[in-house]
Design a binder for this molecule. Structure first.
Ligand code: DON
Length: 308
């Protein structure tokens, strides 16, 4: 798929890049430290298959938390709403994405599927006889979302996170104590870190964002990839919790369903209009791409994107 470079987007990227000096690349996953803090790129994918971009959109990034939206969709298709919301709640936390504090007061049931605890509980629900089979199903689903593209994960990033995931291990043990998680914690962490290390470029991210924007339908091929209610539910969580404890401010300033990851990726879905993929590894203090957020603010203003 070719993506034509857009002068207008280039100008916006140039302006938004000024923010990158105020951010920092994630370092708690050692392998992510290698990213260049001043990179910033964007792709927009339209329902008719046209794509426009600015910056180096071929660069591969790991999905990290963006994968949480995709496993939520798969878990909803695997076991249904009642089963998923038996394990996680519907509410934003106002806390950082890796916080453990609310698990104690919520009887270990994570408040929503976008924080780490909630995503671990959702990944726990992905069906399959082994970690390998479950990972294969996640990758296969993402391959379908990305338009039949070959998808794989970075073994280096997965291993680097697996070895240093002490906080995520604690979240799992806390949830295991109260029966939210029933499997072996090391197995779940292996699956989760590999899921977070799945790689793609901005263009693929924009294409997947478009599928959510079009209520689960691949508008390029006409194929329904997920039921409408699943796509809508995922978009709702993107609005209320997709930017963690910055989701309220993001809703005011940008106003679109979006999901960030600590690798610096952001996937955006502008309902019935287009999908957005952004990569800018310098993060703000809440773990969202600092240049990416600025870019989305400018795009929202310029193209009247807010759904509110
Ligand atoms: O579990 C973690 O900490 C990472 N694999 C994902 C966290 C993340 O991407 C938060 N995003 N802004």
């Amino acid at each position: 798929m070719e993506c034509s470079s857009s002068e207008e987007l280039k100008q916006l990227v140039k302006e938004a890049k000024k923010q990158t000096k105020f951010g920092k690349v994630a370092d708690y996953i050692p392998a992510l430290k290698k990213s260049s803090p001043h990179d910033l790129s964007v792709a927009i994918y339209y329902p008719d298959g046209i794509c426009i971009s600015a910056g180096d959109i071929e660069q591969k990034i790991t999905l990290q938390s963006i994968s949480k939206v995709l496993t939520l969709a798969l878990a909803l298709m695997d076991c249904g709403e009642e089963c998923v919301f038996n394990k996680v709640g519907y509410e934003p936390t106002g806390d950082p994405y890796n916080s453990i504090i609310k698990l104690e007061t919520s009887h270990a049931k994570p408040l929503n599927p976008m924080i780490n605890a909630g995503a671990l509980a959702v990944t726990h629900l992905i069906k399959g006889a082994s970690v390998k089979e479950r990972l294969g199903r996640i990758i296969e689903f993402i391959r379908e979302l990305a338009g039949d593209k070959e998808i794989s994960y970075s073994a280096e990033v997965a291993q680097s996170e697996f070895e240093t995931s002490h906080l995520n291990r604690s979240l799992c043990y806390f949830m295991k104590q109260d029966g939210i998680i029933e499997e072996d914690v090391e197995d779940l962490l292996e699956l989760y870190t590999k899921q977070c290390a799945i790689e793609m470029n901005c263009l693929d991210l924009a294409r997947i964002g478009l599928i959510f924007a079009m209520d689960g339908r691949d508008s390029v091929t006409g194929k329904a990839i997920m039921p409408v209610h699943v796509a809508r539910l995922c978009k709702t969580f993107m609005v209320t919790c997709g930017m963690y404890n910055a989701s309220g401010e993001f809703a005011v300033r940008v106003g679109i369903p979006a999901k960030s990851g600590v690798s610096g990726g952001i996937m955006g879905s502008v309902p019935n209009r287009f999908g957005i993929g952004i990569f800018g590894p310098a993060l703000d203090k809440r773990g969202n791409s600092i240049g990416g957020i600025r870019l989305l603010e400018m795009m929202s203003e310029r193209y009247k994107l807010s759904i509110f």
